[in-house]
Ligand binder design. Structure first.
Ligand code: NAI
Ligand code: BGC
Length: 266
């Protein structure tokens, strides 16, 4: 299938590792220029860019903390300088700052909110301003596409992770409200909500055979997700193949949201 993404430009936040890295590489394989954003892992960011270049793509690396307005401005202006236009934002950067609810510090609460929710707001707002100014042009049917990396925990409550679940729940309503407001500008906004995907963020949940077996009881499809599963959906949402989709959340989770406990009861 021709995604017609060749020559388009994407910013992928937090793309030196994990899902962001896989999305950056997946988009580059379709011929996109990619801005690889990282927070602290300089080496991994450059390795990602090198991988993109070895696939024949163009990439630049930009350090920026997505929760800081001035850093986000720098991220978008470096993109403008290098590529002259922007077509896709993948607002992927995120973290967990876990604690039992009664032990959770204000710092842990704020950390999750600042990166997982405010970071997506700052990047999406900047992208929407650019898309509105650019309008629909030769690159495709939409003026621009925003993809928010949410989580099954925008829907599944998560004890011990109240800050993270609240931020991802916020992403869901932020994404839908942005989609409603920006549709007239031909800007599409959608979320990817992954289940358990094998990355650093959840190593504790798959790093030992015991942990993995426990995790698999929550996944009817019987395997943990791979970063490429998410990259494939990201490519689809970035392209005109999904042109009639806006304001949607796609759960990509091997069935984690299907109340797996009810397979054997109820
Ligand atoms: P990861 O830990 O490999 O990636 C997160 C990336 O975000 C890292 O590269 C990190 O440096 C970056 N980051 C953190 N704070 C940042 C900041 N202030 N500014 C810029 N970048 C920052 O983990 P993973 O799994 O790749 O996570 C990516 C996204 O996917 C996150 O939003 C996470 O919530 C989401 N997600 C992950 C799932 C999983 O099972 N792996 C499931 C559902 C959602
Ligand atoms: C979390 C992971 C977790 C997954 C499924 C994600 O949002 O970041 O740690 O494994 O949800 O519960």
């Amino acid at each position: 299938m021709d995604t017609k993404l060749k020559g388009q430009t994407a910013i992928v936040t937090g793309s030196s590792t994990g899902l962001g890295q896989a999305c950056a590489i997946g988009l580059a394989k379709e011929g996109m220029n990619v801005v690889v954003n990282y927070h602290s892992s300089d080496e991994e960011a450059h390795a990602t860019a090198e991988q993109i270049e070895s696939l024949g793509g163009r990439a630049i690396v930009v350090q920026a903390d997505v929760s800081k307005e001035e850093d986000v401005e720098k991220l978008f202006s470096e993109c403008e300088k290098a590529f002259g236009h922007l077509d896709v934002l993948v607002a992927n950067a995120g973290l967990q700052a876990d604690a039992a609810f009664t032990e959770m510090t204000l710092e842990q609460w704020n950390k999750a909110m600042e990166v997982d929710l405010t970071g997506q707001f700052l990047c999406a707002r900047h992208a929407a301003r650019i898309f509105r100014k650019q309008g629909v042009h030769q690159h495709g049917r939409a003026a621009g596409k925003i993809i928010c990396m949410s989580s099954v925990h925008d829907r599944i409550p998560w004890a011990g992770h109240v800050n993270y679940a609240a931020a991802k729940g916020g992403v869901k309503m932020m994404m839908e409200s942005m989609a409603q407001e920006l549709a007239a500008d031909k800007i599409r906004v959608n979320s990817i909500s992954p289940g358990a995907i094998k990355t650093d963020i959840n190593k504790k949940a798959w790093g030992t055979p015991d942990a993995l077996n426990k995790l698999l009881t929550l996944i009817p499809y019987g395997r943990i997700g791979e970063a490429e599963d998410i990259a494939n959906l990201c490519v689809f949402l970035a392209s005109d193949l999904s042109d009639y989709m806006t304001g949607t959340t796609t759960y990509i989770d091997g069935g984690m949201t299907l109340y797996p406990g009810f397979r054997h009861g109820g």
